[in-house]
Design a protein around this ligand. Structure first.
Ligand code: ADP
Ligand code: MG
Ligand code: MG
Length: 875
């Protein structure tokens, strides 16, 4: 098989074989750009190398030598020739660009003899010896594994000894001395002499580049970017051009547009009299590209033309490496440049306007995951951070505020105009008001799908979870990290995108929704068929989501409406009620409050469908904590045994104990509450219909969809549907208005998915609650999983991703697919959607589209992402 390709013999579209760098070098050669000649060893060769115990096979060796001869013919020079030596670079280059992650060796072919020839031919011994020492240093680092540090140190000593301030002051003789020192370092560290034979150098370098595919950096980079480990890297052997031949030479890197803002201006830097690596490694401060216009006007002109040509050839912003050798320009690399979200959007939209790409291509140019960057205030990138602690990056965005340790304090202080950050060991639904009042939330326990994180993301608030190094003392109102003590009201800044917590105030950049962003999303809407709804519990969320383009509410949770400070006593009365009548009395008081909530939300959605989920969490979540209550009761028993407060608290404690469950996640919750206390669901359903009919009165369209949670058996849904129908009839009779409504269920128990054909008889719609469905399918309790073992699973590759963030398509997804198929078998018109974190995750969204779901529903701040991802799934 063919394993090696000359730059001018391959065809386009061979990126998988040649790697990105190799494919583009070949492409640029074909279109006639000045690229130094060379050849590419394929990625298959790399895989063969790994299959053969990391040995270069005879076949590959032959092909390399054959191509080398061709290169020698083209250049008229020979590797190792003592009169006119060929010098080459050996460059890594994977299919997906992994900038700087793998290794490259420059100036290969230098030895004691060829260096003399180079000195002679160029009439520039200083350049020749400088190049040789660079080669020794790079080769030793990459191939012989002698750390560059030793060479740098030696060079530094030499400079000092000679009284030089910088490298350019070294003479040829000085460099010769340095080279002697370098070779001694190699002998001392490797117990061998530095290889003199250029062919040996070449094969050792090829091998080292293959090996660098599996160095630590590369592995981590691949993991972060989901690049498969089996692809392998190609190796490019290219004849050298020299930017370090004097003041008429140089090297640089440029982007054809600004990769940070997207502005269509050349953005780059260069160095006179230097080799390529110098720019990236930051040995000297480079100059801005526009000064090249005065320093080398012709080269600059040619470079600008080449940039334009490359950009229009590839139809995307390019990141270009170039070198100038004695006034002649060479292009050494081009690739699609990496960019911020802001830049990605602006570039995509402007390129459509310029006629470079069409709208569908533009949609694919922006990574939905990046959009998050645009919807949250960010820490100024130019600021150097010194994090005090690091937790899980649970919700992106950055915030500065005063530290508070409980939700009431948070509320009080924020009402007085202070910005606060709520720091808690963990949060419960009781903290909702504290979360609302805070700029950001930090917990020392709990994972990224913990309550705090889910709520924070829903509100677009920054959040860090599981920040275990925080030792919180709620009594003293302080937390410690090692020796550092942070007190109540001290100022901290957090970055939810990285999980970092910093002391003090750090400059921020506000979010901006650019017109380009709106434009791109409007194109996405035209392209997609999958609906995008939002999860919203409040009118504020509903308005926010509409602003971001949500087409309805896919999940309106009603439990938060019970958490309001004014309502909680009534909710408690309802729970503590001894008889049905007592419970009804409490429910009567709650009804108008719920009705008010629904009225506002329906109004906000203005005719778009709203899926309201009836009460879901176990009742004890609305009662005080058992341990805390016990302490209070004991105190009162000792200090004030006759007080009525004690009676009340004892009563409460009794109920709390009664409601205590071994495993609340699988306990008395969801429709199981409605089955035992139908009057609760009845009240909620009536509130929905009263709200709806009052709006119909005002000529506002309303489309309520009543959703029953946690159904596992069709009989549960049948009974609960009956309750809803009854409520609707009652209200219709009273108000004289008929509300157009549907009743459906959440599919979040495997049994429901597996018997979806039966359940569909009673359901108008299914909404896959994939948070709970993931818990119940894996049998993972999510809070425990995320803090105790899931991280380990992911690190060990037991699971590819956190299944609470990225839908497990193989398992949980199969249940979704089964549910859709079985349900539609019974009822072809069955509407299906997904709510839960996955509704805002791009690969899960694509899955939902492929499986024929009607819509996804996600938190308001994820709506733009979902619109784009849904469009991408169809393109
Ligand atoms: P990376 O993938 O880390 O960018 P490269 O293979 O692109 O590594 O090499 C790094 C730098 O070395 C390039 O930016 C280029 O300036 C320089 N370089 C590589 N090959 C040559 C060559 N044949 N002639 C001159 N400079 C080269
Ligand atoms: Mg490069
Ligand atoms: Mg659920």
């Amino acid at each position: 098989t063919k394993l090696v390709y000359m730059f001018d013999e391959s065809k386009s579209g061979m990126k998988e074989t040649l790697g990105g760098k190799g494919a583009n070098l070949a492409e640029m050669t074909r279109i006639g750009l000045p690229v130094p000649e060379g050849f590419t060893i394929s990625t298959q060769a790399c895989n063969t190398y790994y299959d053969h115990d990391q040995q270069i096979t005879g076949d590959l060796k032959e092909q390399v030598i054959d191509s080398l001869h061709k290169l020698e013919q083209k250049t008229g020079k020979k590797l190792g020739d003592p009169s006119d030596p060929l010098l080459v670079s050996v460059r890594s280059g994977a299919v997906f660009s992994m900038p700087g992650m793998m290794d490259t060796v420059l100036n290969l072919g230098m030895n004691e003899k060829t260096v003399e020839a180079v000195a002679e031919l160029t009439q520039n011994p200083r350049f020749a010896y400088d190049s040789y020492r660079r080669f020794i240093q790079m080769f030793s680092d990459v191939v012989l594994k002698v750390d560059s540090y030793f060479f740098e140190q030696h060079l530094e000593e030499t400079r000092e000894k000679k009284g030089y301030a910088a490298d350019p002051e070294l003479t040829a003789e000085d460099w010769k001395e340095v080279i002697t020192g370098y070779k001694k370092i190699v002998r001392d560290h490797t117990k061998r002499t530095f290889p003199e034979d250029p062919q040996e150098q070449l094969f050792l370098a090829i091998q080292a580049v293959f090996d660098s595919w599996n160095n630590q950096r590369a592995i981590i980079y691949r993991r972060l970017n989901n690049i498969p480990g089996h692809l392998g890297t190609a190796v490019n052997i290219q004849s050298m051009v020299f930017g370090n031949m004097g003041d008429d030479s140089g090297t640089g890197v440029a982007f054809t547009r600004n990769p940070s803002t997207g502005e269509a201006v050349l953005y780059g830097e260069y160095l006179i009299n230097a080799q390529g690596e110098d720019v990236v490694a930051g040995i000297r401060t480079p100059q801005p590209i526009h000064t090249l216009k005065t320093e080398m006007p012709e080269v600059y002109q040619q470079f600008v033309e080449t940039c334009n040509r490359l950009e229009s050839h590839y139809g995307d912003m390019q990141d270009i490496e170039f070198t100038v050798e004695r006034g002649k320009l060479f292009i050494l690399q081009t690739r699609n440049g990496k960019r911020t979200a802001q830049a990605a959007i602006r570039i995509a939209v402007e390129m459509v306007k310029e006629g470079v790409i069409d709208r569908r291509q533009a949609l694919l140019r922006v990574d939905p995951d990046q959009l998050n960057q645009l919807l949250h205030q960010r820490i100024d990138d130019s600021y150097e951070l010194k994090p005090l602690a690091k937790g899980l990056p649970a919700s992106p965005g950055a915030a500065t505020g005063h530290v508070v340790f409980d939700s009431d304090d948070a509320e009080l202080l924020s009402q007085s105009g202070k910005k606060v950050i709520l720091v808690r060991p963990e949060t419960t639904p009781d903290d909702i008001h504290g979360i609302v009042a805070s700029e950001a939330i930090v917990t020392s326990r709990g994972g990224m799908t913990s309550h705090a994180a889910v709520v924070a993301r829903g509100m677009g608030k920054a959040c860090i979870c599981g920040c275990e190094s925080l030792k919180i003392d709620l009594k003293k109102k302080e937390f410690r990290v090692g020796e550092t003590v942070v007190n109540y009201l001290d100022t901290v800044t957090i970055d939810g995108a990285t999980g970092e917590l910093m002391l003090g105030d750090i400059p921020m950049i506000p979010p901006e929704l650019s017109p380009e962003f709106e434009m791109l999303l409007s194109w996405a809407d035209k392209e997609r068929s999958l609906g995008v709804r939002t999860n919203a519990d409040t009118p504020e969320d509903a308005y926010k989501a509409r602003e971001f383009g949500a087409e309805g509410i896919g999940l309106c949770r009603t439990e938060h409406m019970f958490m309001d400070a004014k309502r909680i006593p009534i909710v408690r009365d309802m729970i503590l009620a001894g008889t049905v009548d007592e419970r009804m009395a409490a429910l009567e008081k709650l009804l108008p409050m719920q009705q008010g909530d629904f009225t506002q939300i329906f109004e906000a959605m203005n005719g778009h469908p709203v899926t309201v989920r009836l009460l879901d969490p176990p009742l004890h979540e609305f009662l005080p904590d058992k341990e805390e209550l016990l302490v209070e009761v004991t105190k009162l028993q000792l200090t004030d045994p006759e007080s009525p407060e004690l009676k009340e608290k004892e009563q409460l404690l009794k109920k709390v104990r009664q409601l205590d469950e071994f495993n609340p996640m699988l306990g008395h919750r969801g429709c199981r509450l409605g089955m035992v206390y139908p009057e609760i669901y009845m009240m909620q359903a009536k509130a929905i219909f009263y709200a709806a009919s009052s709006l119909i009165e005002k000529n506002i369209e309303v489309k309520p969809e009543v959703m029953i949670p946690l159904v596992g058996h069709v009989n549960e849904l049948k009974a609960m549907r009956q309750v809803v129908v009854e409520a609707a009839e009652l209200v219709a009779e009273e108000s004289g208005k008929t509300v157009d409504y549907t009743v459906g269920t959440m599919i979040e128990i495997p049994r429901a998915a597996l018997t979806a054909d039966k359940i569909a008889i009673e359901a108008d719609f299914f909404s896959f609650g994939t948070n709970d469905l993931t818990q119940t399918t894996f049998g993972f309790s999510r809070d425990d999983a995320e803090t105790k073992f899931l991280q380990h699973y992911i690190e060990e590759n037991t699971l590819p991703d956190n299944p609470f963030m990225v839908l497990d398509q193989e398992g949980v997804g199969k249940l979704v697919e089964t549910g859709v198929q079985l349900g539609r078998q019974t009822k072809p018109s069955l509407k299906t959607g997904i709510c839960g974190e996955h509704g805002g995750e791009k690969s899960s969204i694509e899955f939902c589209f492929k499986k024929g779901l009607d819509y996804v529903s996600c938190s308001p701040y994820r709506v733009p992402l979902a619109r784009l991802a849904a469009a991408q799934a169809t393109v």
